[in-house]
Design a protein around this ligand. Structure first.
Ligand code: PLP
Ligand code: COI
Length: 353
């Protein structure tokens, strides 16, 4: 596929790697490609990073036709750059597109685009272990009319942000609040799709949690507010009585690529991992009886993040004495080891550029 390139004559500077936060600094270029019904995708281009202009009636502005992905480019100790299971992100993007009536992209072409873009922005992949170039592919509808229907015009873009740790805590345990008022999504809704609207709807609860000193909320199911779903930007796992339990993918939870990878790693190590419905009552009982040994969240941005405190109905519980648990640490070491190329890629997950 042909990708037109317009060089940015005003190149930026990488901030000090120790000061990289998450998603605040952007690389010099962005990828853009347009779609029109009947014509398909056209004008693939890498152009200087900058503002875009939209028709005031654009579908995304009125009806929220938007989906996105998140993955990282990692720098190995030898200096090469690699991605982690990029095809999984591409497949999930097409699943999200289908749910939101946006056009899909040929998987091989999407991988070609991603590769070409990361190669072009290679100097923005930081060198310190734990830092990476966070890649944000996204797509939105931009029909120039107010009718509500499958979009006829869309834009696909990728931006890149050199990033450090997602939480200010780094790999230290985070505090999470179990939300029992707002819900994120319901079965039959858009929970399994990575669409902007899910996050807009989540923000109110997230802000309330932040004000009380918690990093994020843990969502309960949208019908009974009884079953554990996931955290704001990560899936969750609990070690109860030696068994690892993670909420089953019921349709309202994002099928995380880190979640899937953690399950595969844990099973290969001989741990029993069960995907099932887990009620908040069962979790609290396990906490009170000391049977909850570890809790952690997992996601691309957050990697593997231990949960040190859980709050439910104004009662705060400490998990594993607020220390990083053994399994959490082991998972973190293995996943990051594979991602940053310190460990052999025994699962075949790494995509070298
Ligand atoms: N759940 C939500 C709501 C997320 O935003 C994310 C982050 O992408 C995840 C789970 C974890 O998914 P992944 O591991 O694919 O990044
Ligand atoms: C990711 O982990 O890639 C995410 O998309 C989380 C994001 C909502 C900050």
């Amino acid at each position: 596929m042909e990708i037109r390139i317009v060089e940015n004559e005003n190149k930026g500077f990488m901030p000090k790697e120790s000061e990289l936060g998450f998603g605040k600094v952007f690389s010099d270029h962005m990828f853009v490609m347009d779609y029109e019904e009947g014509r398909g995708w056209y004008d693939a281009r890498i152009i200087p990073f900058g503002y875009i202009s939209l028709h005031p009636a654009s579908t995304v502005l009125h009806y929220g036709a938007e989906i996105f992905e998140g993955l990282k480019a990692y720098r190995t100790a030898e200096g090469s750059v690699q991605l982690f299971r990029p095809m999984e992100n591409i497949k999930r993007m097409n699943t999200s597109a289908e749910r939101m009536c946006l056009p899909t992209i040929d998987e091989e072409e999407a991988l070609e685009i991603l590769t070409a873009f990361v190669k072009h922005e290679e100097r923005w992949v930081p060198h310190t272990f734990g830092t990476s170039l966070y890649l944000r592919p996204y797509m939105f509808g931009n029909d120039e009319s107010l009718g509500v229907h499958t979009v006829k015009r869309a834009t696909f873009m990728i931006i890149a942000s050199p990033s450090g740790s997602y939480y200010k805590e780094g790999i230290n345990p985070v505090k999470i609040m179990i939300e029992n008022e707002d819900v994120r999504t319901v079965r039959g809704g858009t929970g399994y799709a990575k669409c902007g609207g899910n996050y807009a709807a989540s923000t109110r609860a997230g802000e309330r949690a932040n004000k009380k000193g918690y990093s994020q909320v843990l969502w309960l199911d949208g019908v009974e507010r009884r079953y554990i779903e996931e955290v704001g930007a990560m899936n969750v796992m609990f070690k109860i009585d030696g068994e690892i339990i993670t909420p089953a993918l019921t349709g309202s939870i994002l099928p995380g690529i880190t979640r899937k990878s953690c399950i595969e790693v844990l099973r290969s190590l001989g741990y029993k991992v069960t995907e099932r419905l887990l009620s908040v009552d069962e979790l609290i009982e396990a906490l009170e009886n000391g049977r909850l040994e570890e809790a952690w969240g997992c996601g691309t941005a957050a990697v593997v993040s231990p949960i040190g405190r859980l709050m439910y109905r104004d009662v705060e519980y400490s998990v594993n004495g607020e220390k990083i648990g053994e399994v959490t640490q082991r998972l973190y070491d293995i996943l990051t080891g594979i991602q940053w190329g310190k460990l052999p890629d025994s699962f075949g997950w790494v995509y070298k550029l």
